[in-house]
Design a protein around this ligand. Structure first.
Ligand code: HEM
Length: 120
């Protein structure tokens, strides 16, 4: 089970990296759009995150549902915004900035929302 958790965590982090990279690569571009990296990254991060919760629930670590709830809402908002703007020629700067902010916010929740002893 631990190997499965670690493989899912790797996928989860690669998903986050692709989403963040797809956003950051456009930082200096005058026009922004939803690229394939953002689409695949957001999808992978959310799906692997859900699977991680399943593995943690099945294991002996108890899961901080409030923390996971916040991450799920933020992750789904990111995914919906990305999928809804996938076919657009360009997206507003404000939407690009919001997606970047939400992605960094979910990392901050993952890292700083201190886990109760023995849980995520
Ligand atoms: C785009 C959205 C997301 C980003 C950027 C993100 C980012 C991260 C990062 C950086 C970590 C590693 C933190 C650490 O090990 O200290 C992490 C762990 C985790 N994330 Fe996410 N996450 C996202 C969405 C989600 C979603 C939607 C869920 C589930 C509903 C989720 C559940 C988890 C779990 C359970 C772990 C811990 C795994 C473990 O240590 O076993 N994440 N996330």
């Amino acid at each position: 089970m631990e190997i499965l958790r670690l493989v899912l965590l790797l996928l989860h982090l690669l998903g986050f990296a692709a989403l963040f990279g797809g956003l950051l690569a456009q930082a200096r571009l005058p026009e922004k759009r939803v690229n394939d990296l953002m689409r695949d990254g957001a999808g992978t991060a959310v799906l692997a995150g859900l699977a991680l919760v399943g593995v943690l629930e099945a294991g002996d670590g108890d899961v901080d549902h409030a923390k996971v709830g916040v991450k799920l809402v933020v992750g789904v908002v990111i995914l919906v915004l990305v999928m809804a703007n996938l076919r657009k020629e360009r997206i507003p700067q404000g939407l690009w900035a919001l997606l970047l902010l939400l992605t960094v916010a979910n990392v901050a929740v993952a890292v700083f929302w201190s886990p109760v002893h023995g849980s995520y």
